[in-house]
Each structure stands twice: as structure tokens, then as C-alpha cells.
Design a protein around this ligand. Structure first.
Ligand code: AMP
Length: 553
């Protein structure tokens, strides 16, 4: 077993969880995991201040799975998440980490899917329920005993839940659980409303926060690129073409990812290798030596393996996967700009990780400007520039040494010097794509500014020219009323009525669009049916509101 898994092993997790971690390739706990896991294992209530990208899901999933008894076929842990997307993601994480726990079942409970199968899974003894509050309350209305065996509760992204107007639902849920349960709350921010929930429903919670010191990184030029997770490898390949680097270190999160990316780069002809905690110490040292002396130009590493790496040739750091926190970002990019040189740091950001980018900017006190994905023309120009650079010094004396040979060959073959030079270029460039059409065929990519958010969510296939409705924020549903401008209605009238009679907080209501003969309002998806029932007799400007779910397709 490697020394890095020791990092997790030392925390006291169940051996089955440790072997699942080995399988997913996590090398060491992230800072929030290192702090939260022992607290949760010890049975203490806890408040964790952390956002997406810090590894917070595993911070609660791993200790809870260690504590749950798979032999008992009843709900033991409840995780509440603000949106269906997050609930599904958390449920998937629980499934991954419990691969070696036979008999452990996880059910995701969220609005917009039929209730029957969800209830059945709960009754059949799923030990972990991951739910959005609105739908869970709907289940409680049918069966108030659903949560009576819960021993562990996690509120994930608690601030987001309150923003979406779930305060009342949370109260109902708290009431339905045994008071003896252990409660853990995760939130990126701790506004007053969250503190008062904690005061009321948590017992002596331990507060865990990853301290963020301001750190400066002036000698390093930083940039980020927005990219979808499934296009990361393609984006890395394009960036490598246009970035003028001497040596580069790329950071990813798992051992497997180091191997995968290094293999792709090697196949493309780069002198690249992986560096991770599974690689024996002497082999690691060889990799670093090779990077120092130029036998390697690229190393793809995990944080652990690259700790303390000091190679002056490194001109570039590429954060292929987001670091867990600003400190680790600063540490990573400090692998370049060594010995008074300047360096360049690139950060790949997926849409969900935008917030982490802001945190990094805040902590480093620096803006991390955006670069666009290089297009085919830029890739081509970069290739031709490299070719020019490598040929220029040869041209000076090649005619003296090879001129006669050229004359003879053109005569023997019976071709023009241009034809022969072209053939030699083809030979020298080993079939590399050197026309725009070829480059684009070789690297088909969706431009990074294309609106893919929607297709990620709806998977409806060809969405190119649908009448481009304004994309809905996560967890929101669009509703329609037949009241519009011609009825003398303004957005503020609708807002006022829905806030007052629906009992929502302002943040729970999204865009309101008032058109001539109707209006559209964005409301929380969860608990929507109940909200609409609550508003069924509401009148605005003396006329019935009659709000209905609106489907654009
Ligand atoms: P989260 O902050 O929970 O959304 O997690 C962010 C990402 O980090 C997820 O893709 C996890 O699979 C990954 N992750 C969490 N913990 C670790 C770890 N200790 N080592 C490597 N990757 C991790």
C-alpha cells in the first residue's frame, strides 16, 4: 500500500472504503476531508465551510459510509441537496465509494420524477437517501415515518437551499427525524439564516473552515480557459500547440488521470510521462531528472507526487483539473517561475467550477484573465512557426553541403526543385496536418463559447436551432400566467403577490418576463406543485393569477 493511501488510512475510515478509494485513485485527503472526516467519524455535529471543488462530498460520504451498517435494511443517512443535479451527483459519489460494501443501497429523491419508485426504494431498505427538500416533504406527507430511523443528516450547500426558499421544508424534515441523530452542515457562506438553523438543530457543532491566506504570485502570468469536462484532453492538446513552453507540468486529480493524459500526449509525439504516488520513489526521481535534462518536456502529476518539485526549466503549469483550494493552486503554480524566472500558469475551468475560480482570484488578489480555446488557424500558424524556427538555421549552409545532391536528384527523378522540396517537407513533418482543413479534421472541437449548458442538462440531442429560450438556472422551473402588460401588470406586481402568498424568499424567484398577453416567472422546481396549489386563488390587479408550469417544447 502506498504512503499516500496512508493519508486516508490514518483517518480511521473503514477498510472497505479505503479499498474503494484505491480503486478511484485518490491519493490523499483534500484539506476539508482531512479535517472533517475524523470529526464526523467521532460522531460530532459539524459545520463545514467549503464550496464545490474542495472534495466536500467525499468529506461527508466517506465517514458516513464507514459508520453505516449495511446489514440493517433501513434508511440511516439523509443527505439534503438544493438541486436535482447535485442530489444525483452526491448519490453517484456514494455509490462509487460504497462499491466494496455489499448490501449498501442509495436512493436519490428529487422532484420531476415519479414518487412511486423512490418510495419503493426507501421501503426496500436503502440505507442512504439523497434528497431535495421539496420532494422529500412530499414523501413525508404520504408517510410520516419515512425518516424515523435516520441517524446521520447532512445539509449540503445549505446556503443554496435557503436561497431557493426551502426554509419551511427544512423545518418539516428536522421534525421528522430522531433528535439523537448526528447533523453535519456544509455551506460556502454562513449568513445569519444558516447560523440560526445551526443553533437550533445542531448540537455543539465543530466549525471547520479551510483558512485562506492571501498569497501573491507576481512573477507568474495566469490565465484560465472555460471548457467542458469531456473536452479537456482536446483542449490540452490545442493549448500545447500554441503555448511556447520549454518544460510543462500538468496537474490532475487522480493517478489514473496522470496515466491517461500522459499516454495521450506520448501518442501525439510529446516527450511526456506520468508522476503519481504509485510510482516508486527511484522511478519518480528518474522522471524528475529527465524533466531537468530535457529527455522529458511534459510531466502530468498529482499534487502529492509533485510536492516540492524544483525544475528551473518549467515555464508552464497547466491545471488540467481544478485544485481543491487556493493554497494548493498557489503551490502548484509555484512550480514555475523558479529561480527568478517568469512563468505561465493555465487553469482549465468547467462551468460548475466558476465559483472556485473567483475564490482563487480573491485569495491571490489577482485577476486570472480568460484565454479562448485556440482555433484551427492559430494551431496551424503555431505549427508553421515551429517549422520555420527549426529550418531557418539549416538553410544557411545546407546548399553548400546538399546542393549538388539536390541537382542530381531533381535530374534523376525528373522533377522540379519545388516538387522535391515539398516531398522532403512531407517526410520531415511525418504526416503532420499542415493545412487548415487538415488541422480542423484532426481536432474537431466545439468552440468553447458555444452554449452547451443546456444540452448538458436536457440531453435532447440536436439543440442547434431551437428557439433559444433563456436558459433556466439549476433547480428552477418556468411558469406562465395569462396576465400580461395589457392587463396593466408589471413584474413587481407579480413578484409581490408570489412572495406574499407563496411564502418564498426573494432569491427563490428567478427572472420575471412580462409580455403583452402573458408573463413567465422562474420558480424553484422542488415543491413547485405545492407552491402552485398555495397560489391557486391568488389575484393580481384584481384578476386571477392562475400560474401554471410552462413547457416550451
Ligand atoms: P466536490 O468538491 O465534492 O464536488 O468534489 C470535486 C471533485 O474532486 C470530484 O470530482 C471528486 O471525485 C474529486 N475528489 C474528491 N476528493 C478527492 C481526493 N481526495 N483525491 C482526488 N480527487 C478527489
Amino acid at each position: 500500500m502506498t504512503q499516500e493511501i496512508g493519508g486516508f488510512a490514518a483517518l480511521g475510515l473503514h477498510p472497505n472504503i479505503l479499498s474503494a478509494l484505491t480503486a478511484v485513485g485518490y491519493e490523499e485527503p483534500s484539506p476539508i476531508q482531512a479535517q472533517a472526516i475524523p470529526v464526523i467519524l467521532a460522531g460530532q455535529d459539524m459545520i463545514g465551510q467549503a464550496q464545490t471543488g474542495t472534495g466536500k462530498t467525499a468529506a461527508f460520504a466517506l465517514p458516513l459510509l464507514s459508520k453505516i451498517d449495511p446489514a440493517k435494511r433501513e434508511p440511516q443517512a439523509l443527505i439534503l441537496a438544493p438541486t436535482r443535479e447535485l442530489a444525483l451527483q452526491v448519490a453517484t459519489a456514494f455509490e462509487t465509494y460504497s462499491k466494496q460494501m455489499p448490501g449498501l443501497n442509495v436512493v436519490a429523491v428529487y422532484g420531476g420524477a415519479p414518487m412511486g419508485p423512490q418510495l419503493k426504494a426507501i421501503r426496500q431498505g436503502a440505507q442512504v437517501i439523497v434528497a431535495t427538500p421539496g420532494r422529500l416533504v412530499d414523501h413525508l406527507r404520504r408517510d410520516e415515518k419515512v425518516l424515523s430511523t435516520i441517524q446521520y443528516l447532512v445539509l449540503d450547500e445549505a446556503d443554496e437551499m435557503l436561497k431557493l426558499g426551502f426554509m419551511d421544508d427544512l423545518e418539516v424534515i428536522f421534525e421528522a427525524m430522531p433528535e439523537t441523530r448526528q447533523s453535519v452542515l456544509f455551506s460556502a457562506t454562513l449568513p445569519h439564516s444558516i447560523r440560526s438553523i445551526a443553533e437550533k438543530h445542531l448540537r455543539n457543532p465543530q466549525h471547520i473552515k479551510i483558512a485562506s491566506k492571501t498569497q501573491t504570485v507576481t512573477a507568474i502570468e495566469q490565465a484560465h480557459l472555460m471548457v467542458h469536462a469531456d473536452q479537456k484532453h482536446a483542449a490540452v492538446l490545442r493549448l500545447l500547440e500554441v503555448e511556447e513552453f520549454d518544460a510543462l507540468i500538468g496537474f490532475v486529480r487522480t493517478k489514473q488521470a496522470t496515466l491517461d493524459l500522459a499516454a495521450i500526449l506520448e501518442a501525439k509525439g510529446y516527450k511526456a510521462a506520468a508522476l503519481n504516488g504509485d510510482i516508486a520513489q527511484n522511478q519518480r526521481e528518474r522522471v524528475i531528472e529527465s524533466l531537468k535534462d530535457g529527455r522529458l518536456d511534459i510531466v502530468i502529476a498529482t499534487d502529492v507526487a509533485a510536492r516540492g518539485l524544483d525544475v528551473p526549466r518549467i515555464t508552464h503549469v497547466m491545471n488540467v483539473d481544478m485544485p481543491y483550494d487556493p493554497e494548493s493552486y498557489v503551490h502548484r503554480i509555484g512550480r514555475t517561475g523558479r529561480a527568478g524566472r517568469t512563468g505561465r500558469a493555465l487553469l482549465l475551468v468547467t462551468p460548475r467550477e466558476r465559483r472556485m475560480l473567483q475564490v482563487i482570484e480573491r485569495v491571490t488578489g489577482q485577476k486570472v484573465g480568460e484565454v479562448k480555446l485556440p482555433n484551427g488557424q492559430q494551431v496551424l500558424d503555431a505549427r508553421i512557426k515551429k517549422l520555420t524556427t527549426s529550418l531557418t538555421p539549416l538553410v544557411a549552409d545546407a546548399e553548400a553541403t546538399h546542393g549538388e545532391l539536390l541537382d542530381r536528384l531533381t535530374a534523376d527523378i525528373g522533377c522540379s526543385p519545388r516538387a522535391l522540396a515539398s516531398a522532403l517537407l512531407r517526410l520531415a513533418t511525418k504526416g503532420q496536418a499542415l493545412t487548415l482543413a487538415e488541422v480542423e479534421r484532426e481536432q474537431p472541437l466545439v468552440p468553447n463559447n458555444a452554449p452547451r449548458e443546456r444540452s448538458e442538462r436536457s440531453d435532447r440531442g440536436d439543440s442547434r436551432e431551437r428557439r433559444a429560450p433563456v436558459p433556466l438556472a439549476e433547480g428552477r422551473a418556468r411558469c406562465r400566467t395569462a396576465l400580461g402588460a395589457r392587463d396593466g401588470i408589471a413584474a413587481k406586481n407579480l413578484l409581490g403577490a408570489i412572495l406574499n402568498e407563496g411564502g418564498l424568499v426573494r432569491e427563490a424567484i428567478g427572472r420575471i418576463q412580462v409580455r403583452e398577453s402573458f408573463s413567465l416567472v422562474e420558480l424553484p422546481e422542488d415543491g413547485l406543485e405545492r407552491l402552485l396549489t398555495k397560489l391557486k386563488d391568488t389575484r393580481v390587479g384584481g384578476k386571477p393569477l392562475k400560474l401554471r408550469r410552462y413547457r416550451e417544447d
